[in-house]
Design a binder for this molecule. Structure first.
Ligand code: GLU
Length: 377
């Protein structure tokens, strides 16, 4: 399995605070530079990368010259607010020195629960990746505290991996993998049962500047395994850890996917009982969707019904009335009424803006076998 990673197209790499600080706990530009160099090597191999990076609190603490992590949440949030801009400046400097750009995305749990926010976040990431930029995600610590309290972005990273449909999630921390008390590294975890068994014996450690522990790493690994995404837990202090994973070396612990890669959203879409509306499409569009594996464009839509808004689930129906797909729609009913049947190039002049080319993006669709509502892919 490890040897296959260089064939994957999209990696999410979670960079824990410990991978960006010195042994004394101070932010290290050198460590960030080494990480960015390895990410650039992936991009040169045509692997898209989304970073989920902590480090804001550590940088804020450095700025305020605090030796110990504050206990109160507002103080931690304030440290993050001070450090986040500096963190992004460090990333932007490192990437722009290599002719690339980074982009800041601050997310919270709401972004994964509210479909409209979810679709917006996904569309933004997709656009950034198409532009060749490197999205750098962190929790929006001013308005949310889940990751400060519990996880140093472990769970957030698993959610982002699911959001972007990653082929691989790498959790970089300051440990060489999942290891037992006698320091034996567990190289492969192949099932939830194995993961549970490991959880009872693993050795954990915590540092002054971060809250993440093994518990949240295992939680993140389990989420990804269930979404069909392999996870590597490895040591971010090893300056070549990503290069080594790319070369197929056995690094850290590998959590194997426990299901086919159909993410929770697709499962939800396939089995959701209520959709908010319908898009009726012509024969050409149906062909393009089912056989051509394309997304749905406005030109293929002949009519619509219901009262759907951006991000709502809708049914896709052919002209004979057969419901053959479901998807999360990128335009509201009012908008679709105006742009249906039109070429993509017309959307901007009709609406005064264009959110995206697709009414339904292929990644946000599932295909149904009529009467069974079974996934075809
Ligand atoms: N969002 C936080 C940061 O960037 C997470 C890390 C933590 O809890 O220390 O620093």
């Amino acid at each position: 399995m490890q040897q296959e990673f260089n064939k994957s197209r999209r990696w999410v790499i979670k960079v824990g605070t410990s991978s960006l600080v010195t042994a004394e706990g101070h932010f290290s530009t050198h460590q960030l530079e080494s990480l960015v160099s390895q990410v650039v090597a992936l991009l040169h191999r045509k692997i898209q990368v989304v970073l989920v990076s902590s480090g804001a609190i550590a940088l804020g603490m450095d700025t305020l010259k605090l030796a110990k992590r504050p206990h109160s949440l507002p103080e931690l949030q304030a440290c993050a607010a001070i450090g986040q801009g500096k963190l992004m400046r460090a990333y932007e400097t490192a990437f722009s020195n290599r002719g690339l750009h980074s982009a800041q995305l601050l997310l919270t749990q709401d972004c994964f629960q509210d479909r409209k926010r979810y679709v917006n976040a996904k569309n933004t990431v997709e656009a950034l990746l198409r532009m060749g930029s490197v999205p750098v995600v962190n929790e929006n610590d001013t308005v949310a505290t889940e990751e400060i309290k519990f996880g140093d972005n472990d769970v957030l990273a698993a959610q982002v991996a699911d959001l972007v449909g990653a082929d691989l999630l790498i959790l970089l921390s300051d440990i060489d993998g999942l290891y037992l008390k006698d320091k034996t590294i567990i190289r492969h975890i192949r099932s939830s049962a194995e993961l549970k068994e490991c959880a009872e014996h693993i050795h954990a450690k915590r540092s002054e500047k971060t809250k993440g522990g093994m518990e949240t790493k295992l939680q993140a690994a389990q989420m990804a395994m269930r979404s069909g995404i392999p996870v590597v837990l490895a040591n971010g202090r090893d300056e070549h850890v990503i290069d080594r994973a790319l070369k197929g070396e056995e690094v850290g612990s590998l959590f194997h996917p426990t299901s086919e890669k159909m993410n929770a959203r697709k499962k939800w879409l396939a089995h959701a009982t209520s959709t908010k509306g319908r898009l009726i499409v012509d024969t050409g569009a149906r062909q393009a969707l089912v056989n051509g594996k394309r997304s749905l464009l406005a030109s293929g839509v002949v009519a619509c019904s219901g009262n759907f808004r951006l991000g709502d689930p809708v049914e896709v129906v052919d002209e004979s009335g057969v419901v053959f797909a479901r998807g999360l729609v990128n335009y509201s009913r009012e908008e679709v009424e105006k742009i249906k049947g039109c070429k993509t190039g017309m959307i901007h002049s009709i609406l005064g803006y264009k959110r995206c080319d697709e009414l339904l993006h292929r990644n946000n669709m599932v295909f149904l076998v009529p009467h069974h509502f079974k996934e075809r892919f």
